[in-house]
Design a protein around this ligand. Sequence first.
Ligand code: C5P
Length: 410
Amino acid sequence: MSKTLKDKSALLIISGGIAAYKSLELIRLIKKSGGHIRCILTKGGEQFVTPLSVAALSEETVYTDLWSLKDETEMGHIRLSREADLIIVAPASANIIAQIVHGNAEDLATTTLLAADKPILIAPAMNHMMWNNPATQDNITALQARGIETIGPTEGDMACGEHGMGRMSEPEDIFAAINAFFFEKPLEGYKALVTSGPTLEPLDPVRFISNRSSGKQGHAIASALHKFGADVTLISGPVALPDPAGVNTIHVETAAEMLKACESALPANIAVCAAAVSDWAPTQNADHKIKKRGDETPPAIALKENPDILKTLASHKQRPQLVIGFAAETENLTENAAAKLARKNCDWLLANLVGQDDKKIFGEDQNHVYLITSSDTQDWRPMSKQAVATKLAEEITNHLEQPKVQDAAE
Ligand code: C5P
């Protein structure tokens, strides 16, 4: 798949936020890939990066002022959007997001956005309380409903010293999203099913067995496959993530429900089982809350084994062409993963070593995985879960040949 942005033109709007420094790296990545980029710097953006650094990196005039006679005669706000293939707002502050929603046109950036006839990709960046504020959440929902694409934010330490959701996506991830936008949709016509998140196995109406899976990796894979043009069904256990835009998301709780939903989503060309399916479920799901027993011994929890969804799909009569699983190992990564690959009859495994320093993969934004096939082991460097997802979508694209879902169904 070609990866050059030659002949592609982007308009980058840099609004006010400490993450603006990351946009300099984004400009560098776009230029390095042969793309053309013009930038608008808002008044807020100018507080964090200078027009000079933006101009030097983009090798273009930087536009800052709606009322500048020179700017408007040389390159008016209408032409700025007409001559771009894609408009990116990074960082997108809570303020500019609200202004786009309301159709404000009070400076060059918002006027250009209001007059835009091009697809828009925004990379929100703000304090976690601002991000979680219902006003911002409603604004994001409104923008997505209008077809504006969003990337991030991610969770982590913030410049203000607090921790939470609101960090702008890394420049490489925004760059990957730009690439995905420009490429023809290489997985168009392919059907993919992705499992994500934990399963929840009830003991009684109020108690359950589950695990700490956040669903971040599985959701990122569903998004990446959708961006590559696949028709994606995401079957997710309970997570605190929004449904990925453009993806048909089915919410389930138990492993049994997840398996049923997966089988209903067949035929498919690609199955990626990223869910952390509970290995066991209580044999009994009590109709009423199990009561304390005073002095009696606490009740024992009898468990039964859950169905192995990955293995079932990999041996199904409607087996997807490419079945991919995950393996978290504490030792002998490649040997154990290779054995698992054979045992589960799947084609590829994304394996990671957990234990000691890597203990906190669940819920983290970073992942270090190895792609294991029957003939090869690739060490993918530590990267964000979104970057893992994009790389996986690329590997899938390179691997898949002609047959589409109609053929698979025959
Ligand atoms: O056997 P183990 O749990 O290590 O295998 C992990 C892989 O198998 C993951 O891809 C996970 O989604 C899948 N799996 C499954 N159903 C289960 C257990 C694991 O699909 N019951």
